[in-house]
Design a protein around this ligand. Structure first.
Ligand code: AMP
Ligand code: MG
Length: 423
């Protein structure tokens, strides 16, 4: 019995990371829609695309404090022979013009004011002088302008920023500052957002103590669950913290089965290797479990596994903090993003120069925690430290994963590598 299990553990079918990503992503469905007030929508993902319901600006808008004029009237203006226009109206913001600007006329206008019909340019206040002498039809005085102006200058045309019906934000957009401004300008006081995925997290390991517990011999504190909870929140999802299970199959399995109906995705850490106490291997071997994979050609985290139980997805991450971090980004984050209706759920990649040599040779592709630095127009990436999977200090400050291909020789400093942005 024990030998059978052991050989099963070693006889694993190895998938490439892309293939494994595709398999978990297939299990992710976009979640339902909720409606929240705009002021509570920060950090949420839009459930629907935002299209402009009207052009913006919705009226011809002045970009300057000054005078709305007909450019043709100023064609011959010079400092020696300034053109004098009759000011027929004053247009503060929010006031609809009552009069059309005719030949020889102008309107005093403020930034954001509605440019009256007939006018086709706004001369800035600083380029004008005024006199208040009253003539019959000049109740607002006169303005003198000493140079010509191009038609259209300082006037924002209707729809110059957004045309009516134009796609402004795709579904899945995260609501931040710019998105909030667009939603408000389009009158979306209530925003359709995607329900936050509920992501359950369970750590396994007899050696794990609660964060609040004093150290004991041979034990460490459970650091993966708080790390995962933070990443889940950063992704716009809601962590459901299950704490720690011991390395007991029945206990671990009971917690998992009890939790699955209440969550959209369940993450475990630890217990996926070939050790005698690797409980997740046994949990995922149960009859009603559909195993998607249990080995990925990558470092760290090659025993990362995934399965479904009654169509609920479980991603079993490695217990090593570095591997757990990488596994979350490669497998769990795209699933969460798909649930949140993000169109391209994978991390963005970019090419960069490796800042230091990487002499280590490996049969598998390696993802190292890295940091991006711009130097004289070149994007360089540096490992945040030793890339051992057991380390968590090298997670701090990482803004990318540097991909090291499985090469016979190591990489030299300055060589071009692919890196993945950590959002
Ligand atoms: P495992 O994947 O269970 O074989 O664990 C691999 C390594 O990661 C061991 O050194 C564990 O003690 C450590 N580890 C497992 N789970 C956690 C956790 N939740 N927090 C911190 N370290 C862990
Ligand atoms: Mg363990």
């Amino acid at each position: 019995m024990h030998n059978d299990t052991l050989s099963d553990r070693f006889r694993r079918h190895t998938l490439q990371p892309e293939e494994a990503q595709r398999l978990v992503l297939e299990q992710a469905n976009p979640l339902s829609i909720e409606h929240v007030p705009l002021f509570e929508a920060w950090g949420r993902r839009l459930a629907e695309p935002l299209a402009a319901p009207h052009p913006f600006p919705p009226f011809r808008r002045s970009g300057m404090d000054g005078y709305a004029v007909r450019a043709a009237d100023l064609r011959d203006a010079t400092p020696e022979r300034p053109v004098t226009l009759i000011v027929v109206e004053e247009l503060p913001c929010g006031v609809e013009p009552a009069r059309m600007i005719g030949e020889g006329q102008a309107a005093r206008i403020m930034t954001g004011g509605m440019v009256p019909d007939g006018a086709d340019a706004v001369v800035m206040l600083e380029a004008t002088t005024t006199t208040a002498d009253t003539r019959e039809d000049g109740e607002h005085g006169f303005v003198h302008i000493a140079k010509p102006i191009a038609s259209g200058l300082n006037v924002a045309d209707i729809g110059c920023e957004m045309r009516s019906g134009e796609l402004l934000l795709p579904a899945g957009s995260i609501v931040q500052a710019g998105e909030s401004a667009l939603l408000a300008a389009c009158g979306q006081a209530v925003v359709a957002v995607v329900r936050r995925p509920r992501v359950a997290i369970l750590a396994t390991g007899n050696e794990l103590l609660g964060v609040d517990q004093p150290l004991e011999p041979a034990k460490i504190r459970n650091s993966n669950v708080p790390m995962l909870a933070a990443m889940i929140r950063e992704a716009g999802a809601e962590p459901l913290v299950l704490g720690t299970a011991t390395d007991d199959r029945a206990e671990t399995e009971a917690i998992i089965r009890r939790t699955l109906p209440q969550c959209d995705l369940l993450l475990t850490t630890g217990g996926v290797s070939v050790g005698d106490y690797d409980v997740m291997v046994d949990v995922l071997a149960q009859a009603d479990v559909r195993l998607l994979f249990n080995k990925v050609a990558m470092r760290p985290g090659s025993p990362t596994s995934a399965a479904t139980i009654h169509n609920k997805l479980i991603i079993a991450l490695s217990g090593n903090p570095g591997a757990c971090f990488v596994g979350f980004h490669l497998f769990a984050l795209p699933v969460i993003k798909r649930m949140l209706r993000v169109q391209d759920p994978y991390a963005a990649s970019f090419q960069a120069r490796l800042g230091v040599p990487f002499p280590k040779v490996n049969a598998y592709r390696r993802y190292i925690r890295g940091r991006t630095q711009l130097e004289a127009g070149t994007v360089n990436v540096f490992p945040t430290g030793d890339d051992k999977s057991s380390l968590m200090t090298t997670i701090v400050g990482a803004d990318c994963l540097i991909e090291i291909p499985p090469l016979k020789a190591g990489l030299e400093a300055g060589q071009l590598v692919t890196a993945w942005r950590l959002s």
